[in-house]
Design a protein around this ligand. Sequence first.
Ligand code: FMN
Length: 200
Amino acid sequence: MENPVIKNLKERRSIYSIGKDVSHSQDELTALIQDAIKYSPSSFNSQSSRALILFGENHHKLWDTVKAELSKIVSAEAMEATTAKIDNCFRSGFGTVLFFEDSDVVTKLEKEFPLYADNFRIWSEQSGGMAQLSVWTALATEKVGATLQHYNPVIDEAVASEWNIPASWILRAQMPFGSIEQEAQEKAFMDDSQRFIVCK
Ligand SMILES: Cc1cc2nc3c(=O)[nH]c(=O)nc-3n(C[C@H](O)[C@H](O)[C@H](O)COP(=O)(O)O)c2cc1C
């Protein structure tokens, strides 16, 4: 059975070699990213996921900030390889999506529905993961490569200050994207029998 969703999921890979040779406009990619997040599910339809979408000099500033913040805590020796990775795999791209979860939404739900209070933080993280997969897959179907990075919490304060991010937005992931300069290597999969139990 050919299924378009499975086809799109297979197309999504971690693409580390990204460039700026993207045929879409910034506005088109912004709409794509926003729709991908908007139409992703969230617990109680709480819509707790937030995003900062950076292009051009803002995108460059982000990755320069990552390097600056890391250099405060990483040895000069280790920074050499890290700098090369950031420049060649992330800064080299066309833009970056920063994913946040809004803690105010979670706090409100905890108060409103005390019976589920223990779950709302977990569900918020899960909703964020769904939004990230949606964006990653949507970009892939447009032949735009991306990876999922986690320089939070090291960069949290600098990002919040530079882009005026509300205090309740908690940074969870960064997704640099761009033209696919090198395809991902083939991926190994564990045996289905170790992952799935099917009862007929
Ligand atoms: C929750 C989560 C966290 C991840 N964190 C990182 C990360 O910090 N850096 C990174 O390069 N890749 C990260 N990845 C990407 C995985 O390493 C990658 O998806 C996996 O190896 C499978 O490869 P594929 O994306 O090409 O299918 C993350 C993926 C997930 C789902």
